[in-house]
Design a binder for this molecule. Sequence first.
Ligand code: PHE
Length: 461
Amino acid sequence: MSATKESIHGMWANRWVFILAATGSAIGLGNIWKFPYITGENGGGAFVLVYLVCIAIIGIPIMMAEVLIGRRGRSSPINSMRSLALEARASSWWKYTGWLGALAGFLVLSYYSVIAGWAILYTFRLGAGQFTNASPQAVELAFNNFLADPLLLIAFHTLFMIMTLVVVARGVTRGLELAIRLMMPTLFLLLLILLAYGVNSGGFAQAVAFLFTFNFDQLRAESALVALGHAFFTLSLGLGAIMMYGAYMPKNASIGFAVLTVAGIDTLVSIGAGLAVFPIVFANHLEPGAGPGLLFVTLPIAFGQMPWGSFFGALFFLLVIIAAWSSSISLIEPLVAWVVEKGFMNRIKASIMLGVLTWIVGLGTVFSFNVWKDVTFFAGKNFFHSLDFITANIMLPLGGLLIAIFAGWIMKRTVVEKELNMSSYGLYALWTIVLRLVSPVAVLVVMLWALFQEQIKTWLA
Ligand code: PHE
């Protein structure tokens, strides 16, 4: 197999487009919506520390592994895993790692689109000044009424799915790359404007204390698993999204540099979102563990009381839409690329077909906020919470574990070395050790501890 061949879907114009695209995939609802609410649900500081450690010793090494597998394989994750397993004379079963990821991406997108739809409605609501001087109770009521209305939720879910598919259907260069080139500068500009606005509104101290006081008594096993799962989710790892983007990366670009840039920016954005949300939570005596609605209640309250709040509030939710949009395209691209590679149909038809299927599964998430609110699917959780738990906390870490083992133990060292092309041998050796031992063991320990703690305790007793 030639290592210099290009992907049949097209290629990014240069390494910066890869970095922007991967950053666009990484920064999304995970940073702005999910990170604050799961931090609130899991007690703050200790959870944040576990999350940061997971990013450093698991996320970064595995992200490098994904990019290098993608760039060597130059096709959808399913086919890259298949061809690289062949190249390494390993079992063809490795392709199921690609399948596991493709399925996870499909499932994540089904609920991601519903939540992104909330942001679309809230851009309009804030822009129209609906929350100006509204009481916290009124803002909460408005949100609960919205969740109780399946048709409205479906309307915005549909709109967001269409936005995602239009980009993916246009292909790598005219779709994904063009969208990334337009969206990412807008995203960074909005972030800067809102950061300046946020710093001037004050009230950081309590939020900083909440996020950075490490009280380990509060850390439950399940919280550690949520932190691990979130490290994968926020960096778009374990399901092949970054592997797919690696397949479009130019040959000469440095993988280490790109990965550190993406992971660094992504982490800063999450911490920034936490620092924006929690001052408002504490100042208004809201519940930090309020769950998925946290962002959609806290921020409208705060913007409703600030000068120019409608304008900046609408800008903020616009930022959420763009961040979600530049992520959603990477959730479905691996499956679309696989269907195209198989020759089943062209890219436009593949996007429509997969989009319709994703949309249908998304209805389950819509209903879990109203008609199926109390229907439980997995471990006492409703449809949305089950899907989120199974994908982020089980499928992604499992996918990441398999990827680490594949790049660390199965691939030929010469291939890996050539693909990574690191200037320092020491750093390369460090990466190899961490990827071979530290990351897999850490993932296994956290998963086994959290999922089977009862059994483990009885064995040990
Ligand atoms: N990283 C995205 C976010 O934080 C979500 C995502 C996960 C995107 C996995 C692609 C793959 O919102």
